[in-house]
Design a protein around this ligand. Structure first.
Ligand SMILES: Cc1cc2nc3c(=O)[nH]c(=O)nc-3n(C[C@H](O)[C@H](O)[C@H](O)COP(=O)(O)O)c2cc1C
Ligand code: SF4
Length: 593
């Protein structure tokens, strides 16, 4: 066996659950996953080679054929497009004489689009050999092309190409609060484990990853499971376009996030934690390892934490390899087990049968951060802020048409119009709250609020002004879902492509009234028959833009085949039901001319 593969296996302790980490290392070394490596890994790990190929084929940053020595991806988020990404991509392709989606004949460079790279506040953005390129412009593209032609190592590239800035523009309850390492663990043990869980319950903290599940209920359910061991997973996949608040937390508040995981471990009885870090955040990896090491040295990780006999816990970082679906908790667990990230059939839920089929608490980065403050200050302190159903505050990643993109923290219940004023948004046409899987609202709905009971968001908040095309937005998001569908179930695999085609037909001016009706039905089919949350939300961009601006869709129809008997408002009933809207603004008769 070749010595490189041997070292990769040794680094992974010959554990097949670390297959993805091994394949990442092989990809970095050989620029693809060669057959010989597959054979050797298969023999050493006792897993079929077809399984390894299936993993390599599943993730966008792994390849069975060679990529260029400089492997460039340009972020295709709608905000990157609004900042001129398409022209820059084509310019770079032209300069380097490489096709978008291809590898140059001499193997020096490859260039592709990628889904949102988590830099929407500093786009247009991209990645080179896994490291972020930010605020791209023509001058930077010229420089990058020259550096590649000179074959300059990345370590010699000017650092400003890679600068990631964390703009915290409105800190609140969580970000303003001072915190000292170990304080939450100390408070938890001083109060008692079950008493601290009671405080988390009292706080009514709900998961910040999107679904809003009650954290105390999840932790309690996990803690009482007889099967052992129990696991803690921090979900740092942050793939929803427009979201970058977890990036900021891991960059600036990692110590506290790890403390939140440790606190969870004490409560649920776990001695092993995993941080699933999205591939696009590779630049944070070394820094996070240093924070972990520091915590070990401070007695905040390892054996007998803070002197508590028998409380042992440590955290391992595992990298993703480019798959939005791996943010879904059960898909993430599959990925952490070294498999393609295909969501599991539920029940049983991960809290009962998760990582390695053992009880597992999977939580978002922000959820762990919030838990540390609750442990120190108590549940009521948190519950006093926000609304009864949505307590506390929410971190928003604001991007798009506004003067001040960045991170903002708001109490739940804040009006959208207030947020828009803070970030300097004018002439607003609409806002996408919660990313493509969330809700598009029109400028007639800006008095709605940020809350689980009204507009919920895992963190993405994209602003669009009156110069933007509603169709470009719906198209970009619909393409995103078609691209990111894991392909496991037909309603999503086929349905997302059909949605894309049907939407394009209407946008291209070839649609008749019946096509809009069909689009609605297709949305319903995909939403109601898909296996997981991705498919369930894949029609949201169409449904919510259609509900917000039905007149624009209507105008786009080919009038020659317009049927006079067709009642668009009645047809939109399906869209309204699914968007849970029946107010005046959602009806055609209310549309302003
Ligand atoms: C397609 C899809 C992608 C998701 N991506 C993320 C993600 O990037 N980060 C996250 O915390 N939760 C994500 N979730 C939600 C997780 O499944 C899960 O509910 C969450 O991690 C639980 O943590 P919480 O209770 O702290 O929110 C995603 C869900 C779906 C369906
Ligand atoms: S709904 Fe889509 S992403 Fe989810 S399992 Fe089915 S194909 Fe995969």
């Amino acid at each position: 066996m070749n010595s490189f593969i041997q070292s990769v296996l040794a680094e992974a302790d010959y554990k097949s659950e670390r297959l993805l980490q091994m394949l990442r290392a092989v990809q970095a070394q050989y620029l693809h996953i060669p057959n010989t490596a597959i054979e050797q890994l298969s023999q050493a790990l006792h897993i079929p080679r077809t399984q390894i190929i299936a993993v390599a084929e599943f993730y966008s940053f792994l390849h069975l054929t060679p990529r260029g020595r400089y492997d460039i991806y340009i972020s295709d988020s709608i905000t990157d497009r609004m900042l001129g990404k398409e022209a820059l991509l084509n310019y770079l392709a032209e300069k380097l004489k490489v096709k978008v989606g291809g590898v140059r004949a001499d193997g020096l460079v490859s260039l592709s689009n990628t889904s949102c790279s988590g830099m929407c506040d500093q786009g247009p953005a991209g990645l080179v050999n896994g490291y972020p390129l930010t605020r791209l412009d023509v001058a930077k593209i010229d420089l990058i092309a020259a550096l590649i032609e000179q074959q300059a190592p990345l370590t010699e590239w000017p650092s400003e190409l890679f600068t990631v800035t964390e703009h915290i523009l409105k800190p609140g309850l969580l970000l303003n609060q001072p915190f000292s390492s170990g304080a939450a663990i100390a408070a938890t043990f001083a109060r008692g484990l079950s008493e601290t869980l009671e405080e988390v319950d009292l706080s009514n903290l709900r998961g910040r990853g999107g679904a809003g599940f009650k954290t105390a209920l999840k932790w309690r359910t996990c803690s009482v499971q007889a099967a052992t061991p129990h696991y803690v997973i921090c979900n740092a996949d942050e793939g929803e376009p427009g979201t970058f608040k977890d990036r900021m937390l891991l960059d600036l508040y990692a110590d506290q996030v790890f403390e939140g995981m440790t606190l969870c471990a004490a409560i649920i009885g776990s001695d092993q934690g995993l941080l699933y870090l999205r591939a696009e955040y590779l630049f944070l990896y070394d820094k996070l390892q240093r924070v972990l090491q520091q915590r070990r040295e401070q007695g905040l990780l390892g054996l007998n934490i803070l002197g508590h006999d028998g409380f042992d816990f440590d955290i391992e970082i595992r990298m993703g390899a480019g798959a939005y679906i791996c943010g879904e908790a059960s898909a993430q667990i599959e990925s952490l087990e070294g498999k393609p990230g295909i969501p599991r059939t539920k029940p049983p839920n991960s809290v009962i049968c998760g990582y390695q089929r053992k009880p597992t608490a999977v939580d978002n980065v922000e959820t762990f951060l919030a838990a540390t403050h609750i442990a120190v200050h108590g549940g009521q302190w948190f519950a006093d802020v926000g609304t009864p159903q949505s307590t506390g505050t929410k971190l928003l990643s604001i991007s798009g048409d506004c003067a001040r993109p960045g991170i903002y923290e708001y109490p739940f219940g804040t009006r959208i119009s207030d947020i828009l004023q803070d970030c300097g948004a004018d002439e607003v046409m609409g806002v996408q709250v919660g990313g493509p899987s969330g809700t598009f609202i029109s400028n007639r709905e800006l008095d709605r609020t940020l809350a689980f009971e009204d507009l919920s968001s895992a963190g993405s908040f994209m602003v669009f002004n009156n110069t933007r095309s509603i169709f470009a937005i719906a198209q970009n998001f619909t393409e995103f879902f078609a691209h990111e569908s894991c392909g496991f179930c037909a309603p999503c695999r086929v349905g997302t492509s059909l949605l894309k085609n049907q939407l394009n037909k209407i946008i291209d001016g070839h649609g008749a009234a019946v096509d809009l009706e069909e689009l609605n039905e297709l949305c319903l089919l995909v939403k109601n028959n898909s296996h997981c949350g991705l498919g369930e939300s894949a029609a949201n961009p169409i449904l919510t833009t259609l509900t917000a601006y039905p007149d624009l869709y209507l105008k786009q129809l080919k009038h020659s085949s317009f049927s006079p008997g067709f009642d668009l408002d009645a047809t939109l009933a399906i869209a309204r039901r699914m968007a849970q809207r029946d107010d005046d603004a959602a009806h055609l008769s209310q549309v302003e001319n």
